[in-house]
Design a protein around this ligand. Structure first.
Ligand code: C2E
Ligand code: CA
Ligand code: CA
Length: 558
């Protein structure tokens, strides 16, 4: 591989070269002044122009995240009429840059083996036509070398299908192969924007990307790949749904190796598996989070043993009557050294370190004890919703522990609800459908939490008979400003009602949002507008006559 040195251009949304480096000017054999103000299209050969137009069309869509980047092999047209084949890396600039993008050109004296079609036959997988593991190694090593040369990072997205063995065993080899072929084709089609797609092993795919993946960017791109995989596959008269666990690792130091980066991406993927599958995990770039992880694990273990964890409760109100419907129990941990640690931070650590079973049982017990105390003090209580992690549900002891606690506190039917995220349900649907039936028999309702952030197929969820669907606050909070989110919320409400579930909106921070939700037919809501999560003793007023700040006709107007 032989590079002549790279150079950079800044291009406006209408394709004008706004700025150019000295090296860019010499690549085009002209001065910086002459290059600035030219249309980029005029400095490329004909086939490169078409590629650029296609990219523009795609990036003009408002959903393209800032920082999106793309590689293309382009041919630059020099002032003397000669052509210079180059590898071009386009990057959409941040907000406030009105659609400008930067373009880094790496002129290639000899083309490195970056193009799939340049790889020999034996570097391709016969089933999907994608580069195989040897091909992936070749592509990744070339990318690492180029990255080192250009001072750019390289990322690897490792995609492993969940429970693929059960397809092989349940439906046979031919069906399994068809599934792989279909997923390979979908990834090839939809993964293009992310990088080069390879099939690195049995049910494992890779995407190699010649630039750093910010976590923000991955939040947009990886779920798109995951939902492409999850679309139903029709094969041999069956409809199959396959999910995947995804790990992302980025190498941004010079001189990385294929094995080191693959190992980190593989570890991140394994973490996604341990987190309940059908999810993704972004490998930490520096070791500090690992230290934090260790500290949280050790101290959380002690906090649980020494009874230093607490539950706070957040009211959930009926949007029509304004009455209190239920409370959601949320875990709180204030550590002497670490300070207030968010459950969003320590729950994943508990899940990974085998602590979730004990922690989860503690939460259920604590909530039931509180419910019993309220019943005793006020004669009546309200249902308490407890969050259940996917890891907890997979434990054989889960149901046994639950029955024991329900008995110990003589919990009346309907007083305990379990909130489970969509991804937890999809993971082992047959087992969970049976479990949700048994939970109903016990008088325990299941709510689907964070609805909209996962697979979001209500028809598919129908056989869980959820009592409630909780719409994630990312949709709720933009309901007034984004027509699209309002339409999504409306559709979720209609579909949930069609399968007999009530709908709860999360994160309602204003009366205006509450009123809009009520107009859309949403049943219940929770959020700072009504009350923040608080210790049980401060919520006593909610259990007596209604405190009057709920979203009754007048209260939601403000
Ligand atoms: P979640 O189940 O979606 O819980 C709702 C989160 O939204 C809570 O964050 C709550 O404090 C916050 N919230 C409520 N109203 C508003 C609002 O109006 N605006 C905004 N911006 N936020 C609001 P929290 O307490 O930090 O919990 C975060 C997540 O941690 C929870 O998300 C849940 O997934 C998990 N979690 C909390 N407690 C437990 C637990 O006991 N067990 C398990 N497995 N997970 C828990
Ligand atoms: Ca919840
Ligand atoms: Ca939620």
């Amino acid at each position: 591989m032989n590079f002549l040195g790279s150079c950079e251009l800044v291009v406006s949304a209408c394709g004008m070269i706004d700025d150019a480096s000295e090296s860019a000017a010499s690549l085009f054999a002209m001065s910086v002044g002459a290059l600035k103000g030219q249309l980029l299209l005029n400095r490329l050969d004909t086939s490169s122009r078409d590629q650029l137009r296609a990219l523009w069309r795609e990036w003009s869509h408002p959903s393209t995240p800032p920082g999106a980047s793309r590689e293309h092999a382009l041919t630059a047209l020099r002032a003397d009429g000669s052509l210079m084949p180059s590898l071009a890396v386009f990057r959409l600039r941040g907000p406030g840059q009105s659609g400008r993008f930067s373009l880094r050109l790496h002129p290639l004296a000899a083309r490195p083996s970056l193009n799939d079609s340049q790889l020999p036959e034996s570097f391709h997988d016969a089933l999907t036509g994608l580069p195989n593991r040897r091909g992936a190694r070749e592509l990744l090593e070339a990318s690492l070398q180029m990255g080192a040369h250009a001072g750019e990072a390289v990322s690897v997205v490792c995609i492993d299908l969940d429970n693929f063995r059960s397809i092989n065993e349940g439906y046979g080899h031919d069906v399994a192969e068809e599934v792989l072929r279909c997923i390979g084709a979908r990834l090839r089609q939809r993964g293009q924007g992310l990088g080069r797609v390879c099939r690195s092993g049995g049910d494992e795919f890779l995407v190699i990307r010649r630039s750093a993946c910010s976590e923000e960017e991955m939040r947009h791109l990886v779920p798109q790949l995951m939902s492409a995989i999850q679309e139903p596959i029709e094969v041999g008269g069956e409809t199959l749904i396959v999910t995947a666990s995804v790990g992302v690792a980025t190498h941004d130091c010079v001189g990385g190796s294929f094995d080191a980066l693959m190992q980190r991406a593989g570890h991140a993927m394994s973490r996604a598996k341990r987190l309940g599958r059908n999810t993704w995990y972004f490998a930490a770039r520096d070791p500090i989070p690992c230290l934090q992880h260790q500290a949280i694990k050790t101290r959380l273990y002690r906090a649980l043993e020494q009874g230093r964890l607490a539950l706070h409760y957040q009211p959930i109100v009926d949007l029509r009557s304004g009455e209190l419907r239920a409370f959601e129990a949320l875990m709180r941990w204030n550590d002497e050294q670490l300070g207030e640690v968010s459950p969003a931070r320590f729950i994943p650590v508990a899940e990974e370190s085998g602590l979730m079973g004990a922690l989860g049982a503690w939460t259920i017990e604590q909530a039931c004890r509180q419910s019993a105390a309220w019943r005793e003090a006020h004669g009546a209580s309200r249902p308490i919703a407890v969050n259940i992690s996917a890891v907890q549900l997979q434990r054989g002891e889960f149901e046994h522990d639950l029955r024991r606690i329900l008995d110990a506190y003589a919990m009346p039917s309907g007083m305990l609800e379990l909130e489970v995220t969509e991804s937890a349900l999809i993971h082992d649907s047959a087992h969970l459908a049976c479990m949700s039936q048994r939970l109903r028999e016990l008088g325990v309702g299941v709510a689907i939490d964070d609805f909209g952030t996962g697979y979001s197929n209500l028809l598919y969820l129908k056989h869980f008979h959820p009592a409630k669907i909780k719409i994630d606050r990312s949709f709720v909070q933009t309901i007034l400003s984004r027509d699209e989110d309002r339409a999504i919320v409306r559709a979720v409400i209609d579909m949930a009602h069609a399968i007999g579930a009530r709908v709860v909106a999360e994160g309602v921070e204003s009366g205006e949002v509450g009123r809009m939700l009520r107009e859309l037919g949403c049943d219940e809501a929770q959020g700072y507008h009504f009350a923040r999560p608080a210790p049980a003793e401060t919520l006593v007023a909610w259990l007596g006559p209604q405190p009057g700040l709920a979203c009754s006709e007048g209260a939601c107007a403000g």
